[in-house]
Design a protein around this ligand. Sequence first.
Ligand code: CMX
Ligand code: CO
Length: 147
Amino acid sequence: MFMRIDHVGIACHDLEEKIAFFERTFDLRVVARETNEEQGVKEALLHIADGEGGGSYIQLLEPLGPDTPVGKFLAKRGEGVHHVAFGVPDVAEAMREIGGRGVRVLDAEPRHGTLGSSIAFLHPKDMGGVLTELVQAPDNGDAAPGH
Ligand code: CMX
Ligand code: CO
């Protein structure tokens, strides 16, 4: 079901400052910057490697406001790992399969992720305390950046 780790999402207060840190420390490159109103975030993807069915990335996340998932997380826990995202071949199918095994799927249907990817989240309380994201890369398996 999981093809690869698509990205690790890191919550931060200042996106530009964290981008600069990751670029200068690890020579990583930003491949996408987006504002996703639905998810309540301003984000940047830094490319690590290409793998089966898509790439793998670090996703830096700055909240659009305090009453958003990342805003609430920062207030409660401070900066750090917010979620882990796994690449799946078909997000709708993965949601059905995983939901049928007793894990709460937070989205009723797939939502829009970075650069045309389709995403859905699994409840951290059912995932050993780890907010987990499912990602289907655009064009189902294309090597273009997913999210
Ligand atoms: N990782 C682990 N645990 C988390 C968490 C996270 N990222 N976010 C919240 N929790 C825990 C809280 O600590 C809290 O636990 P306790 O009750 O033990 O204190 C519990 O979950 C409830 O947290 P809350 O602050 O009351 O927040 P909500 O229940 O309102 O929302 C969640 C939590 C996971 C349902 C919500 O954040 C969500 O729907 N997330 C999915 C969407 C998302 O995160 N979007 C941003 C990223 C977008 C992207 O990747 O593109
Ligand atoms: Co993500």
